[in-house]
Write a protein that binds this ligand. Structure first.
Ligand SMILES: Cc1ncc(COP(=O)(O)O)c(C=O)c1O
Length: 283
């Protein structure tokens, strides 16, 4: 029950994180050749596990990595890792790489995927961020064109996140050819005249598990929703902008670069969706 050096799962073994080792020829290390998933757990219950599992399977399939486990096996591995941690709220991280092989770009034959699962105590964003909102910076999206795959090759996302840090912002909001894509590690939402809008679920964004949830919350809350391409001008002229992710849940954006969003305060659509999110995660 040591949260400092939690037990993790690596290729069939439970081991303290500090002792978990992989060979340097693991293709995750050499090529970033792998996929991952992050699942929140609240009060010891996974939040939207079916959807996260489906996305993991989609990512594996998209990059041609053999899925080493059935959904039930994955669930029991997650249970093993999460039950070893004292915290009731956790963020569970799962990663599968193509495995260990002599360095050559094309897929090696007959390799066993590397499977790694770790977890950390999860503290949702501070109430202050929800009350005051966050500042973001805008950035040209220079990532590859398969952002729909939850790939561990995250250099573009890493650089975008660092850009935000260097500009004193909480997140980068990316635009490709003038159209909104997503944050460095979040989906971005725009509110205009009471309608919530998100970019289309295409290969230019990762479809967050919160994407489907937010669509459901809009339906049940009788809030109009539309998925469509949005220009930078539209985003900056929005009444509200929100970001969502497993770790950040839902946060209001009150500034992008030097531009104040709406009246510079979290708006009514954020508050309604945030309350619905909190209800959903404890339901
Ligand atoms: C690039 C990117 N987009 C969107 C998301 C949001 O996905 P989810 O809601 O499943 O956390 C994430 C989450 O980390 C992400 O990294």
């Amino acid at each position: 029950m040591q949260d400092q050096d939690p037990l993790v799962y690596l290729n069939g073994e439970m081991t303290p994180l500090s002792e978990a080792k992989i060979p340097v020829l693991d293709r995750g290390f050499i090529f970033g050749d792998g996929v991952y998933e992050v699942i929140p757990m609240y009060a010891r219950r996974l939040f939207r596990p079916r959807q996260h599992m489906a996305r993991l399977f989609r990512s594996l399939n998209a990059v041609g990595i053999h899925n080493p486990h059935s959904a039930d096996e994955w669930m029991s591995l997650i249970e093993r890792v999460s039950s070893a941690l004292a915290s009731d709220d956790q963020l569970i991280y799962m990663q599968v790489t193509r495995g260990v092989a002599k360095r050559a770009h094309a897929f090696p034959q007959g390799v066993t995927p590397t499977v790694f699962i770790m977890t950390n105590p999860f503290t949702p964003p501070a109430a202050e961020l929800c009350e005051n909102g966050i500042a973001c910076v805008s950035l040209e999206d220079k990532r590859w064109l398969r952002c729909d795959i939850k790939s561990i090759s995250l250099l573009g996302n890493v650089l975008a996140a660092q850009y935000a840090v260097e500009h004193g912002a909480m997140e980068s909001i990316q635009f490709r050819d003038g159209f909104l894509t997503e944050g460095s590690s979040s989906n971005v939402w725009v509110v205009k005249d009471g309608k919530l809008m998100g970019p289309p679920k295409d290969s230019l964004i990762l479809e967050g598990i919160r994407y489907g949830l937010i669509e459901e919350l809009c339906r049940s809350g009788n809030m109009p929703f539309e998925a469509r391409r949005m220009t930078r001008e539209e985003v900056l002229a929005a009444d509200e902008v929100l970001i969502s992710s497993a770790s950040r849940e839902l946060l209001p954006v009150v500034q992008i670069d030097d531009k104040r969003i709406g009246n510079g305060e979290p708006g009514p659509v954020f508050r309604k969706l945030y309350a619905a999110y909190q209800d959903a995660k404890r339901a």
